[in-house]
Write a protein that binds this ligand. Structure first.
Ligand code: URA
Ligand code: SF4
Length: 204
């Protein structure tokens, strides 16, 4: 298995798609290598491209608040994107770019092995919930093997539309409940369910 720093070095040097030519900095993602929860956005925007870090602009500020609503702390979760380099002018990532970049996300998923994967927006949703629409499945979760997958609206969309803001807040509260109900890895099903607050401490 490839260690996370090695994957991230490969991303920073990557020229597998056209986005390499216009990026300032690649944005591999950040968070602990043993994070329990992984968030996957769309692609870096202006600020992320400048700083080489995911979700540091306006959408990132909202994501920070939402992460707290779920009883989590940003420093405990892993945050990345479906493409690691900024599409020029914040255009949507193209299918060939998503495909070219896909192996890095696969490597991150294998190495980090999160218990919960949260998709933010349509492009990351499409990888785990193919053929679905975000308006239909936002806030729904699906358990496959040991991993719970949950689709959310993109925080940037929630900044533009008040109705989506309320939906995404409710969905993140639900995420907190799901995390609390999961308990410790390997914990017996019958064990008392921890609250979001106690689970937050356990996830550290
Ligand atoms: N939007 C995204 O999808 N990803 C980021 O990292 C920032 C904004
Ligand atoms: Fe490589 Fe992904 Fe960046 Fe394209 S977006 S250059 S595949 S790291």
């Amino acid at each position: 298995m490839t260690a996370l720093p090695l994957i991230h070095d490969q991303v920073r040097a990557c020229t597998r798609c056209e986005l390499a030519r216009t990026r300032t900095r690649a944005v591999p993602g950040e968070g602990p290598a043993d994070a329990e929860v992984m968030f996957i956005g769309e692609g870096p925007g202006f600020n992320e491209d400048q700083q080489g870090r995911p979700f540091v602009g306006q959408a990132g500020k909202l994501l920070d608040q939402l992460i707290e609503l779920a009883g989590l702390r940003r420093q405990d979760v892993f945050i990345t994107n479906i493409v690691k380099c900024r599409p020029p002018g914040n255009r949507d990532p193209l299918p060939n770019e998503i495909e070219a970049c896909s192996g890095y996300l696969t490597g991150q998923l294998e190495t980090i092995a999160p218990r919960i994967v949260v998709t933010l927006g349509r492009y990351s949703m499409a990888r785990f919930f193919p053929g679905q629409t975000i308006s239909r499945i936002h806030g729904h979760s699906e358990v496959i093997g040991n991993v719970t997958y949950m689709a959310m609206y993109h925080p940037a969309a929630a900044l533009r539309q008040q109705a989506l803001r309320q939906a995404i807040e409710a969905d993140f509260r639900k995420l907190g409940e799901i995390i609390a109900a999961l308990g410790e890895p390997g914990e017996a099903e019958s064990a008392p369910k921890p609250t979001a607050q106690t689970e937050q401490l356990r996830l550290m």
